[in-house]
Design a protein around this ligand. Structure first.
Ligand code: MN
Length: 271
């Protein structure tokens, strides 16, 4: 059984179908692991969700910030705004409840033990070891699937960084931010959620989370998306698979058995 990992889709259904053709995807024997941000900004968010929902038994998605934003608009109390318009067809869909329930039951972090691989949308805080990362992920997943989900989803819009002394909603917010929004940290491990550029355009005061000398998880491959300005990028055994398809770049897939080989599909969107 092949395990195929795919970077950010963001409503780019046509490119996703093109990429699946390129890798000769077979739903009867292959598994797809998405790195989050299935929806928003691109032209066909509803169609992407419907397509993946229809293949539920061979698909999983590590939740991204845009996926959580969709949950906040539907089961949370986040008000709809003009910039959410690419997700309006989902909000108006007759199938909304099924699609949203499917999405809210997806993991925050996924592991493939046979490949010693971890998948997350944005990152894992360098100070977390694997046991801590697992327990944080399970905590967020159980909250998202609980009756507390509406308030958590409504309150998650903060730039709360990770700190071991947090508790309550500040702790929940910080864990969600690390898994789904993190790019840079400072030398004290404090997350910066505003800088979105590539590392070479950013001063020395900020480093990518995965380059931290404090990085506790060293013996596993980590695959993440979210960082389109970083693009197709590897550092040691840590790989970014978001090459900004929705911004006119490419969508990337890898087979976990041969992760060095990137399969790329050019976006139909012009830059
Ligand atoms: Mn993202």
């Amino acid at each position: 059984m092949r395990k195929i990992v795919i970077g950010d889709v963001q409503g780019c259904l046509d490119e996703l179908r093109g990429l699946l053709d390129l890798v000769d995807f077979q739903s009867s024997s292959d598994r797809l692991i998405f790195l989050g941000d299935l929806v928003n900004r691109g032209p066909k968010s509803l169609e992407v969700l419907e397509f993946l929902y229809s293949m539920d038994d061979c698909v999983l998605n590590t939740l991204g910030n845009h996926d959580l934003h969709l949950l906040a608009l539907t089961i949370g109390n986040r008000p709809y705004r003009e910039k959410d318009q690419s997700m309006k067809p989902i909000l108006d869909s007759k199938n909304k409840i099924n699609l949203i329930e499917w999405l809210r039951h997806q993991p925050i972090m996924h592991e493939e033990p046979a490949s010693a691989a971890i998948m997350v949308h944005a990152g894992i805080h360098p100070s977390w070891d694997i046991m801590q990362a697992r327990s944080m992920a399970r905590e967020i997943e159980s909250v998202l699937q609980s009756n507390n989900a509406p308030s958590i989803l409504t309150e998650m819009y903060s730039d709360q960084s990770w700190s071991p002394d947090l508790d309550g909603s500040a702790k929940i917010n910080s864990i969600i931010n690390c898994f789904t929004r993190m790019r840079f940290i400072d030398k004290n491990g404090v997350c910066n959620f505003t800088e979105k550029n590539a590392p070479k355009e950013v001063g020395d005061s900020l480093i990518p989370w995965f380059m931290s000398e404090e990085m506790k998880i060293k013996d596993k491959s980590i695959f993440f998306g979210h960082w389109s300005t970083l693009g197709d990028f590897c550092y040691k055994n840590i790989s970014c698979l978001d090459a900004g398809c929705v911004w006119g770049g490419e969508m990337i897939a890898i087979d976990l058995d041969d992760p060095q080989k990137k399969i790329k599909y050019k976006s139909f969107i012009s830059r």
